[in-house]
Structure formats: structure tokens, C-alpha cells
Design a protein around this ligand. Sequence first.
Ligand SMILES: Nc1ncnc2c1ncn2[C@@H]1O[C@H](COP(=O)(O)OP(=O)(O)OP(=O)(O)O)[C@@H](O)[C@H]1O
Ligand SMILES: [Mg+2]
Length: 324
Amino acid sequence: MTPLLELDHVTRRFPLGRRQAVHAVEDVSLRLDPGETLAVVGESGCGKSTVARLAVGLIAPTRGTVRIGGTPTSTRMDRATRRHVQFVSQNPWSALNPRKTIGHSVGQPLAVHGLCPSRAERAARVAELLEQVGLPAHYAARRPSGVSGGELQRVTVARALAARPRAIVLDEPTASLDVGVKATVINLLLDLRASLGLSYVLITHELDIARHLATRIAVMYLGRIVEQGPAEQVFTAPRHPYTRMLLAAVPVPDPARRGLVALTGEVPSAVHPPPGCAFHPRCPYVADGCRERVPPLLAVGDRPSDRHSACLRDGEIPVIPVQA
Ligand SMILES: Nc1ncnc2c1ncn2[C@@H]1O[C@H](COP(=O)(O)OP(=O)(O)OP(=O)(O)O)[C@@H](O)[C@H]1O
Ligand SMILES: [Mg+2]
């Protein structure tokens, strides 16, 4: 099966002066198959948004290849392929032009992709898209300043849907919203996934949201994926020491999490990442070898599965099951 979206050993560095660079994303490989929701989780600054921007072609990799429907994004892609993966950014306020009406913003991809040539068709489709995200059609005449935060995030989802994508990359789609509004946007994403057969890459630092939506999880630490696998398995039996800490840090009074070590220490600099395993300065299981080489992301576990972990001591450290 051709993946909808694929990152193949992708690295992205941001130059910092002449000699230094931010190691934002290092050797990341990911794939999104039809019907999946892949959550990318990790602490602030670990490279999640950079992965999102690479995935939709907003920035180019320093090394490696991004493919949409099997076609590398580095070549001159035809628009029909590129529109299959759309983007909803972390900040709805900066994503929309404050001077243009919501109808204009939602209709723009229709014009760009030549989907609705006539004005009348475009207006009808914009009304339909707004209704699809639970907004009244007359919102098309408003400007972003005239609607609430939750409504604005719905507008950005409507705009992403305009291109009739097969997948949407959602960067922290609920991070800027109040708790009550969050739930309604999550329900909208669930409804759209079911009714339109969409796949998602869900970038989030909120693990409860990842747990609610994801079929697969990739855990990032300082630019690298340290654990990846079916969501249920990663949440109930985290293998990598960092995943264990991340799950323990979720503020839920859960006695089943007693065996987990709480998240301590600071994330090191992405300009000078620690040698070897970047997590070793914070890891309670650190051994000498961890300081020397970067652990490869390898298939783990007894059952054949899509489960991977990047820890030199995997297998030595007992896996502590966490109750769902
Ligand atoms: N355009 C840029 N120029 C320089 N450094 C950048 C740029 N974009 C991101 N970075 C750096 O790359 C690293 C990863 O940033 P990124 O925004 O991808 O993290 P994130 O996981 O999305 O964080 P958050 O949870 O805070 O949104 C950070 O150290 C960040 O400062
Ligand atoms: Mg981000």
C-alpha cells in the first residue's frame, strides 16, 4: 500500500550564525497510511511543528525525502497530488488574513486548485464547507476578528477541507482553546474523519487528546523519534524511558502509574544535543554505552508489530504495564 504521506530519514537544521545550527529534526522516518491517525507527541521544542511543516512542504528537508502519495515533494509536484495533504496550523489567528473575509479565506484553495471555477459555485461550496464544520453559512461575510477562537479553528479546518484532501496535518489544533471548546473541536475532527474517510497527523503535546484520537503514536525527543507504535500499546506499556516519563507527567491521579518515573530535568539545547542518546542526562536507566552512540530505532517486543523503540537497554528494563 502506498502511504498517503511519508518522511524518509528526514533531517532539518536551522542555521544559527555561521558555524552552528538548531538540530530541529534528526533522521525522522514516519508514514501515514489511509485510515490512520498518527499522533506526534513530545515536549515543547522537540521538533513537532517542524515535522508538520516538512510534511506539508512549507519547508524543505536538509536531508532525506518527503513523499505525498509516493511522489517526492522535492520534485515539481502536480497540484492534484499536493492538495491531498493539507495543513491546520498551531495558531488560527496567524493562519488567516485579518483583512479578508472568512469566505474569501475558505474559498482561496478552491481558486488555487481550480476546483470551483465560477464565483457562484465557489460561494455555494464555501457555504457547504462552513456547514460541514458546524458554522452557519453567513459567517462567510465575517472577518476573523468577528468570531471566537473555537470558531476560527473551525474556519481553518474548513479551509483545509476545501482542497478535498485525503489527509490533514493538524498542528496543536486545540492548544489555543478553552477546555470546553477543545472537546467540541475534537468531536468535529472525529466526525469528519468518519464521514470523509480522512487520515490525520495530529501534532500535540496533550497526551489525553492523542489517546482519544490516535491509532498510532510517534514520541519525539530533541528532534528524534524515540518510540513508535500502535497507540494502545504505547499508552498501556510504554517501553522507552522517555515515554514512561512523559506518561507519568500526565496529571491524572492514577495508581497504575505508580511504577512510572515522573518527568524531571530540562530539555537540553537543540544546538548542542548531548552525545549518544540525547535523553541520557535525564534517564534513570542510563548506562555507559548510552553516552557514546545514538541508539537506532528498532523493532521491539515479542509479537510481530509495528512497535519501535530507540533505547540501547530495551529488553533489560522491565516493561511496566499501565492500566488504560
Ligand atoms: N525557523 C526557525 N529558525 C530557527 N530555529 C527554529 C525555527 N523553527 C524552529 N526552530 C527551533 O527548532 C526546534 C524545534 O522547534 P518546533 O517548533 O518544531 O518544536 P515544537 O515541538 O513544535 O514545540 P512547541 O511544542 O513549543 O510548539 C526548537 O529548538 C526551535 O527553537
Ligand atoms: Mg509546535
